[in-house]
Design a binder for this molecule. Structure first.
Ligand code: GDP
Ligand code: CA
Length: 327
């Protein structure tokens, strides 16, 4: 193709942000110093929650902080070098959740966001405003402006906010299903389906298939936009060698009856030719034997190194995904 490609990435938090960093640097390596107009990230907001009066958007913040270079890469969430003075004070008041830490710098983000929401800005407008502080090199869009926070329904019928299940109980309570109340009536955020329609490449990050990519695909209109996109849709497996790289996505997959394997996740997303969303699926070298099964689903398998353990590996994966989409 001629000119710089327009790329859309669907992403969750930690795996999503590493991949977005890779795609951004792959675009920069093509001479796009500021890829903002060429890279749109549609971010999962199913993790969002209200806590101590502020609105938290964990995946949005993970991606923003990573692109800004201010994330705590070691810990995997929040701001580097953050302190927890306010959190300690909230604990003394018995406010919030004792098992859910809010960093001081992070709370600044949540306060700014909540203030703007209270003034009447939509989540899309708030994120647009928040994107000006740093040179992110990407346009971030929430998947929807509706509040569709994930609820985990346990086998005994108990309902927990996703963050309580994930952070407090470390995903140890067996889930029966995940729900996003109200998502059936939600609309994609302004710009989401337009960006997909105008894209030269649509990439699905190696994020949690159930609670990161799942909610994005569940917003009415998103699947349809992917199906009718003229661009190839390329996904990257979050499963390497039959294991999740980090986190507890395997528990989420088991809950919805999907095996923790690269081929099973490909099958969950499905081939675009068969009513699903994928044209191609990047699998790890460790999972090369799964290529035939993926091909059998009608999805083009591509065996590539999928570990994003440093900047050069992230860039190589971003480049591999773009190349798989033919851009
Ligand atoms: P969360 O929202 O913070 O839970 O993060 P995501 O949903 O974006 O990503 C979580 C997924 O990222 C996990 O299922 C991991 O298996 C996957 N992941 C993390 N690091 C890597 C990596 O280096 N390579 C690949 N392929 N997947 C990764
Ligand atoms: Ca998440």
């Amino acid at each position: 193709m001629t000119g710089a490609p327009r790329v859309v990435v669907l992403a969750g938090g930690v795996g999503g942000s590493k991949f977005v960093l890779g795609v951004r640097s792959a675009l920069r390596a093509r001479g796009l110093d500021d890829p903002t107009a060429h890279l749109t990230v549609v971010v999962n907001t199913g993790d969002d929650l209200w806590l101590s009066g502020v609105r938290l958007q964990p995946d949005v913040d993970s991606i923003t902080y990573a692109l800004a270079g201010v994330n705590d890469a070691e810990r995997g969430w929040g701001r580097a070098g953050d302190t927890e003075r306010v959190n300690g004070e909230l604990g003394e008041w018995g406010a919030g959740w004792p098992w859910f830490t809010l960093g001081d710098l992070d709370l600044g983000t949540h306060l700014a966001r909540t203030g703007w929401l209270r003034e009447g800005l939509t989540p899309t407008q708030v994120l647009e405003r928040m994107s000006h502080r740093w040179r992110l090199g990407a346009r971030l869009l929430p998947m929807t402006d509706a509040e569709v926070d994930t609820v985990v329904v346990l086998r005994d019928g108990t309902r927990l906010h996703f963050q309580e299940w994930w952070t407090r109980h470390r995903a140890t309570l067996a889930p029966a299903r995940f729900e996003n109340p109200g998502i059936g009536d939600a609309l994609p955020a302004p710009g989401v389906t337009e960006a997909i329609a105008a894209a030269d490449a649509v990439l699905i990050a190696p994020s949690n298939p159930v609670v990161s990519i799942g909610p994005i695909l569940a917003v009415p209109g998103v699947r349809e936009a992917l199906r009718s996109a003229s661009a190839p849709v390329v996904g990257v497996s979050p499963i390497i060698g039959g294991k999740v790289v980090r986190g507890m996505a395997d528990v989420c997959l088991t809950a919805i009856g999907v095996e923790t394997s690269a081929a099973a996740v490909a099958s969950l997303y499905g081939a675009r030719a068969a009513g699903g969303v994928l044209d191609a699926w990047l699998i790890a070298e460790e999972d090369a034997p799964a290529a035939a099964e993926v091909a059998g689903l009608g999805i083009r398998p591509l065996v590539r190194p999928l570990w994003m353990t440093d900047a050069s590996r992230r860039t190589a994966l971003g480049e591999a995904a773009l190349a798989a989409a033919g851009v």
